[in-house]
Write a protein that binds this ligand. Structure first.
Ligand code: NAP
Length: 295
């Protein structure tokens, strides 16, 4: 049998994404010879052991990364600087350090300074997820037919990028290489702003009087229900995403606010054509996603 893409993959953080990588890599031969799990929550590691989704559980991060030829950070992005500082001296020369964080300029800013010579840094972001978190939430098929964006800094070793790409393709993803700032702007509009709106609208509804709140829940089988699904996402993860993609998120929010004001004016003045045009554009975007099999 040919050598696997990586002899030993260490996953740091075994929540939704980390445990899905573990499950996916186990389900497909040829990706990882050994899967090592580290998480700062002992309860999470105990659960990973029960689930049997890693070959080795390491409660000490130094033992987890020592000897691995690929280490993937799968914790919330706010933890990356501290994690990078704590693993740097244990990373083997020639090893690849990667991640799955939802913001990419911040990851390069936070991890880059700790990178030891001879270690290749290939940041990645799988555009796949659910509103659930923790090791029980993961599943092997999460990344199938989803994009994974790689944002290697200029000058990154090409064969390391190719190996990370092969790994994600093996998990079922389509892979594209993009520039980190571009990544952060695109994700601000397609992911971070929609989450901000969902958290905000749920908060607004929750601020209403008790009686109304009951009705909100009772009649939630409308658009509101879709917002509550998104708003059920992990608070730490999303707090870190907002704070680490601050500029792009605030820019998209400002643009959205202008457009929402324009819609409010159209509603106030009965501008039927404007309202209809916006709704038609929304339907068109939904149809495009269905056509691209990304709905
Ligand atoms: P999650 O289910 O909450 O899992 C995160 C895991 O990391 C938890 O087990 C958490 O433990 C652990 N953790 C926290 N701080 C740590 C540290 N310092 N060292 C080691 N482990 C630590 O979150 P997730 O959805 O898998 O997200 C993980 C990463 O993937 C984030 O960077 C996120 O931006 C990215 N991402 C998420 C999605 C998505 O839709 N969810 C999609 C693509 C990428 P505790 O439970 O104790 O905090």
């Amino acid at each position: 049998m040919p050598d696997p893409v990586f002899r030993c993959v260490t996953l740091v953080g075994l929540g939704l994404i980390g445990s899905s990588i573990a499950r996916g890599a186990r389900a497909r031969p040829g990706l990882a010879g050994e899967i090592v799990a580290y998480d700062n929550a002992p309860g999470t590691l105990a659960r990973v052991a029960e689930l049997g989704i890693a070959d080795r559980i390491e409660p000490e991060i130094a033992d987890a990364v020592r000897g691995a030829d690929c280490v993937i950070l799968c914790a919330p992005v706010g933890a990356y600087a501290e994690l990078a500082a704590s693993i740097a001296e244990y990373l083997a020369p020639g090893a690849i350090l990667s991640d799955v964080g939802s913001t990419k300029q911040s990851v390069i800013r936070d991890v880059g300074p700790y990178l030891p010579p001879g270690v290749h840094f290939v940041p990645a972001h799988p555009l796949a997820g659910t509103e659930y978190s923790g090791p029980d939430a993961g599943f092997a098929e999460l990344f199938e037919n989803r994009w994974c964006l790689l944002t290697p800094p200029p000058g990154t070793d090409a064969s390391s990028i190719a190996r990370v790409e092969k790994f994600w393709r093996g998990l079922g993803s389509m892979v594209s290489v993009t520039e980190p700032a571009h990544h952060d702007r695109v994700l601000a509009i397609v992911s971070h702003l929609p989450h901000l709106l969902a958290f905000t609208i749920c908060g607004t509804a929750d601020d209403l009087a008790d009686e109304t709140r009951q009705e909100v829940l009772q009649f939630a089988a409308t658009g509101f229900r879709d917002f509550t699904r998104i708003a059920a996402s992990d608070p730490t993860m999303w707090r870190d995403v907002f704070l680490n993609n601050r500029e792009a998120l605030l820019e998209m929010l400002a643009r959205f606010t202008e457009d929402a004001q324009a819609m409010a004016r159209a509603v106030r003045w009965g501008d039927e054509a404007y309202i209809e045009d916006k709704i038609r554009r929304g339907r068109k975007i939904r149809q495009s996603l269905i056509d691209l099999q990304q709905a």
